[in-house]
Design a protein around this ligand. Structure first.
Ligand code: GDP
Length: 528
């Protein structure tokens, strides 16, 4: 095997940040990019209320609201590794993209606002990472503010998120009295300086917990308290265990402040030393290993109009094995067609440049004219289908209606394309001609109406619809299936990919049909 190729794989780390809105994901992204030297002065990723927007904020609607709807990809080098950071929208109105992006990474960084603890969105995102036992690094942020007792928060993480915590660093004070962190495995205290957040600082440190210099710098009381706390922590917390981390059972925990750019380098160091480089991935037919020579990959996201100058759609492909070279031919397994790819994109800190060579763990963007779908597998000829790219049952529903009824065809075309992108899901009831949209976040509905207007020139409005939840349905027995579909025709609908689903007006109703038809399988997640 080509050793240069193996080296490239070993260098790759593909990561997403998960957090509740406002915990500090954007700020950490800025600092991480600063370390990657991808941007010189942190502060350009997102400037709420100013004219500067995140490099990843492409769409107009994002700019208006100052949030990231789309998931972007940023690649940067750090200490000999090549890091692919996949941005996940964290606002309350987020989409399935966020969930699906988590299936395309090898590691996640969980950011916790240490004043608040475990919050709702983090809980949800962590559930998704558990589907694939993704390794989790944890950053306890905002130590420069008044925080909750860190021991309480670690307990909360362990109980609520069902993952053991292993503190790697421990804070010395907080808020106005935040002095730094002690590194349990290096036996060093790193000292925090205020007002240096926009730079890569030369951080002062004191070797050894019993070093009298600690008294000089921290004061006697703080030094004594730190020693006492650490005694407790060392006795009561989990030791770091690499295998437990790699199987998603234990998370190393770091403390710091993203705004002060303090502690962020500890996470990056953990990422390059402990997090896995791309390994194998399950396909229906067999396991595919990163080191295989032939290129394989899957599409986890499709996005339109990233750049208003190019009115194209980009399909994001995670490379699983082999390497991509400019001008190569790819085989799209679902359509059994060959695709010549001369202009795939890579994403250097959000800028679009043409990809020359890309390796397992990297994301490339393929120009898409409506032929590529989420979940598609690409190979160099082999018939393979990667599993585990989920479609999540939406949680919110609206009926969409045209202001001008003559444009029904355009509306359907637009909706099908938008649902292929995963922006929204479309359901067509079997018993009438209505069109129902389902989304994970309410903002998606606004996005759809504005895009229908701008891109498909149709004006549409929403009506309230009495649907509370949806499940995809299937059955192994023909007779049961026929009876079920006949009896429940009024609640059945086809989704954008023609999969049958049950639209339930209430949870009670859903429970009742499930009890009445025990042989029917109801699913909240549909895997491709
Ligand atoms: P996101 O919604 O998770 O992307 O959060 P942001 O990175 O936009 O941060 C939300 C707010 O918290 C912003 O006003 C940040 O300046 C602030 N913030 C982020 N990190 C820190 C930190 O370490 N300390 C303090 N005091 N504020 C922070």
């Amino acid at each position: 095997m080509n050793s240069k190729f193996i080296k490239q794989i070993q260098k790759r780390r593909t990561l997403a940040i998960i957090s509740h809105p406002d915990a500090g994901k954007t700020t950490i992204t800025e600092k991480v990019l600063l370390f990657g030297q991808a941007i010189q002065i942190a502060g350009t990723v997102k400037g709420r209320g100013s004219n500067q927007y995140a490099k990843s904020d492409w769409m107009e609607i994002e700019k208006q609201r100052g949030i990231s709807i789309t998931t972007s990809v940023m690649q940067f080098p750090y200490k000999g590794c090549m890091i692919n950071l996949l941005d996940t929208p964290g606002h309350a109105d987020f989409s399935e993209d966020t969930y699906r992006t988590l299936t395309a990474v090898d590691c996640c960084l969980m950011v916790i606002d240490t004043a608040k603890g475990v919050e709702e969105r983090t809980r949800k995102l962590m559930e998704v990472t558990r589907l694939r036992h993704t390794p989790i690094l944890t950053f306890m942020n905002k130590l420069d503010r008044d925080i909750r007792d860190p021991i309480d928060i670690l307990d909360e993480i362990e109980k609520e998120l069902k993952i053991a915590c292993s503190p790697i660093t421990w804070p010395v004070g907080s808020g106005r009295y935040f002095k730094g962190v002690y590194h349990l495995y290096e036996d060093k205290t790193y000292l925090y300086q205020t007002g240096k957040g926009h730079t890569i600082q030369k951080i002062k440190s004191i070797e050894g917990l019993n070093n009298p210099e600690l008294e000089v710098v921290l004061g006697e009381d703080v030094a004594t308290q730190l020693r006492q706390e650490l005694e407790l922590i060392k006795g009561a917390s989990h030791k770091f265990d690499l295998n437990a981390f790699l199987s998603g059972q234990l998370t190393p925990v770091f403390f710091g402040t993203a705004l002060g750019n303090f502690g962020v380098d500890h996470i990056l160091d953990a990422l390059v030393t402990w997090s896995p480089s791309p390994t194998e991935r399950e396909a229906e037919q067999r396991k595919v290993f990163a080191e295989e020579e032939k290129l394989t990959g899957f599409i986890f996201k499709i996005q339109a109009n990233m750049d208003p100058k190019h009115r194209d759609r980009i399909a994001f492909m995670r490379i699983v094995s082999g390497s991509y070279k400019k001008g190569m031919k790819l085989f799209q397994v679902r359509t059994q067609k060959e695709l010549m790819v001369s202009d795939a994109l890579t994403f250097m800190a959000g800028d679009r440049t043409q990809a020359e060579d890309s390796f397992p763990g990297d994301i490339i963007g393929l120009h898409n004219h409506g032929t590529i779908q989420i979940g598609d597998t690409f190979t160099q000829g082999e018939t393979l289908k990667f599993t585990g790219i989920p479609h999540f049952a939406p949680e919110l529903f609206r009926q969409i209606r045209l202001s001008d009824p003559l444009k029904q065809k355009q509306l359907l075309k637009g909706l099908i394309q938008l649902s292929e992108e995963g922006a929204v899901q479309i359901f067509r009831p079997l018993s009438n001609n209505n069109m129902i949209l389902g989304a994970v976040g309410a903002l998606q509905f606004d996005v759809v109406v504005s895009r229908l207007k701008n891109e498909y020139h149709v004006s549409a409005v929403y009506d309230v619809v009495n649907i509370c939840t949806v499940c995809w349905v299937s059955c192994y027995e023909k007779k049961e299936w026929a009876e079920f579909t006949k009896k429940n025709e009024n609640n059945l609908a086809l989704d954008g990919g023609n999969h049958l689903s049950y639209l339930a007006p209430t949870l009670v109703n859903l429970r009742m049909v499930q009890e009445r038809h025990p042989k029917i399988i109801f699913r909240k997640i549909r895997e491709q």
